[in-house]
Design a protein around this ligand. Sequence first.
Ligand SMILES: [Zn+2]
Length: 191
Amino acid sequence: MTTTLRRTARSLATAITLLLSFTLVQGFGSGTAVAAPTAVRIVYYDASQAQEFKAAVDEGAEAWNKAVRNVQLKPATGGNATIRVYADNGWPRATTSGFGRGTVYMGRQAVNDGFYPPRIAAHELAHILGLPDNRNGRCDHLMSGHSSPVSCKSTTPHSTEAARAERNAGGRAAAVAPDSREAGFADCFVF
Ligand SMILES: [Zn+2]
């Protein structure tokens, strides 16, 4: 009787040990997956045609780089740009054909009306990151565009805007699809 009990206890202990080591292996496995570094998508822009707005474009890009982790906007080196930035006398606008791909026009019309060029740049670059206009009048949102006051000089994306860009940068088709169809944004800062 005692021997049987002892044997049962021993096999139970073995079973528990096996179970524990299995759990540990599983735990280690998932822990490793969570700790894996986030892939960063580098999107290159060419602001060499942006004339007097080149510095404003760099500032708008930097504002995004500070706000998001998995995508970074960098000045193009050679022919690797997927974003082209121009300056003209129209309204600021953007066209995009997918995440990180498109054209930005730094239109002087809005600058003449008093809008802050780095904020315009951050707004238009946001379209290329898949964000639509959102005319809620708020200065702490980049996508409010012309609905925010001309005195607004904020270039920092709202946390919800940064989160949306990060989701789009994540690259899963389902997450990107609604925002990344061929799109044109022409009345961002029309006053
Ligand atoms: Zn816009």
